[in-house]
Design a protein around this ligand. Structure first.
Ligand code: FRU
Length: 481
């Protein structure tokens, strides 16, 4: 115990000194990370797995890294949970608790945790084989710590589609069966199973709907309550093809009858308009709550961002809600309440003054009439990120055109926009900044922009520009690691 405490103290001290290392967001201890995988909650602990290459800071043979948390903010690193095998690399997927032991993997009354993932065969890919991606399962009898691969893998064989991956499975109680959403190139496929081993294709969705600027990846489908009704949300990540370029998460709201998903309309909507929220899916087993977490990067430049010992962070966990807007349902996302447990100090600040902040880790909240405003984060080197609202076009924006190191990719600089969906005559917003990222939530989370940046010195100057000298609440946050 003493040793563990010492180790944790040392690692936090080292992390705190590393350039660009976030202090409040999840990052791998070292090396490469992409998509969050298999997230679930059980016995007071949240589990997060992630696409991990433990031997390099660039993408390579994928494993499932693992971390656990009591509050989704402070994470403990765990040993790697899944290693590549003869079927291939361990690509993205989900994990379920098989409460009724439908799979038969349970023992002595312990329900198994079953991970459902894509086996990606790199040799077959190199050989030009189209059937390189197949779906596999593995089970854990120690709550998700260690897994045994199923001897009968793969459980779904490739039908001749090169991009055939990222299974997201959940229990569909009305039909007493498991439902899998699977990304199959330019559409979703739905499969069902009584036991997680035998799967039957039910339907497809999206060949003619949604964004199609790239490949569909990492889906998630779940019910949500709104105004006494149950509606289904289908998240479909896409790369490239996001509204501001590269990777992004579109979603659809509609109905699911156990066989087929039917959307409410033909519109394409986005969970986040920022450039850095990809492959996001939600935690399983969280009751009425739906908690979302994404990979805070973009395939446009993820492998070349200027961090040294590790690459990538996740977004803060976010609570999703369905909201009625103009007769349609839309998803609103806000940072989870547990962020408030990390507040160190508070002050009220006025617009049009430059504030020197104590650290680059803070939460800024405010309310103002619908009018132009901007929040500038800057340092003594003249580097800056500007976040704000442009009334003439009714859009929020994040401008990282002068944000510091940008030479690693010519796709990094620039401005991202998010439409304002709310019709309210006041804007409310929350902005959370953490060393190398800003997450901006406007109008109760109807418009969201997440962005990363790499200044040569952290941003400790803050200036809000708006027409009137309005008060805003600035809270300094404590590191969670
Ligand atoms: C999305 C993705 C997934 C795939 C994984 C591989 O970022 O391309 O579709 O399973 O990354 O690491």
């Amino acid at each position: 115990m003493k040793n563990l405490l010492f180790f944790l103290l040392i690692t936090s001290a080292v992390f705190a000194q590393e350039k660009h290392r976030p202090q409040l967001h999840f990052t791998p201890p070292s090396m490469w990370m992409n998509d969050p995988n298999g997230m679930f909650y059980a016995s007071g602990t949240y589990h997060l797995y992630y696409q991990y290459h433990p031997e390099s800071t660039v993408w390579g043979p994928m494993h499932w890294g693992h971390a656990t948390s009591k509050d989704l903010m402070r994470w403990e690193h765990q040993p790697v949970a899944l290693y590549p095998d003869s079927l291939g690399l361990i690509f993205s997927g989900s994990a379920v608790i098989d409460h009724q032991n439908t799979s038969g993997f349970g023992k002595n009354g312990i329900p198994p945790v079953v991970a459902i993932y894509t086996s990606h065969n790199l040799e077959w890919e190199k050989a030009g084989r189209i059937d390189r991606e197949n779906q596999s399962i593995a089970y854990s009898l120690d709550g998700g710590q260690t897994f045994t691969k199923f001897a009968g893998n793969p459980v779904i064989k490739n039908p001749g589609i090169a991009d055939f991956r990222d299974p997201n499975v959940s229990w569909y109680a009305p039909g007493k069966k498991w439902i899998m959403a699977l990304a199959t190139q330019d559409r979703e496929a739905f499969y069902s199973s009584p036991d997680l081993k035998n799967w039957t294709k039910e339907s497809e969705f999206g060949a003619k709907m949604g964004a199609h600027g790239g490949v569909w990846e990492c889906p998630d489908m779940f019910p949500m309550q709104v105004g006494g009704k149950t509606k289904w949300v289908l998240i479909v990540n896409i790369n490239p093809g996001a509204p501001n370029g590269g990777s992004g998460a579109q979603y659809f709201v509609g109905d699911f009858d156990g066989h087929q998903f039917t959307p409410q309309d033909e519109e394409t909507r986005w969970i986040d308009y920022g450039r850095d929220n990809y492959a996001g899916v939600t935690f399983h087993e969280t009751g009425d709550k739906r908690i979302f977490m994404g990979w805070m990067s973009n395939w446009d430049y993820a492998t070349v961002v200027p961090t040294e010992s590790w690459r990538s962070a996740n977004t803060l966990p976010r609570d999703l809600k369905l909201v009625a807007l103009d007769g349609k349902y839309v998803v609103a996302s806000t940072p989870i309440e547990a962020v408030s447990n990390y507040v160190k100090s508070k002050q009220t600040i006025k617009s049009n003054n430059t504030i020197k902040t104590a650290s680059a880790l803070q939460r800024l909240t405010g309310k103002l009439p619908v009018q132009d405003f901007s929040i500038t984060l800057s340092n003594s080197k003249g580097e800056q990120v500007i976040i704000g609202f442009e009334a003439s076009t009714n859009r929020y924006f994040v401008d990282r055109d002068a944000s510091g190191d940008m030479k690693f990719s010519n796709k990094f600089a620039g401005k991202a926009y998010a439409p304002r969906l709310s019709k309210s005559n006041t804007i409310d917003f929350t902005l959370i900044t953490d060393v190398a990222s800003a997450e901006f939530f406007a109008d109760g989370g109807l418009s969201v922009l997440t962005t990363i940046y790499f200044p040569s010195e952290t941003f400790k100057n803050l200036k809000i520009t708006s027409a009137k000298g309005l008060p805003f609440l600035l809270e300094e946050l404590k590191p969670s690691m």
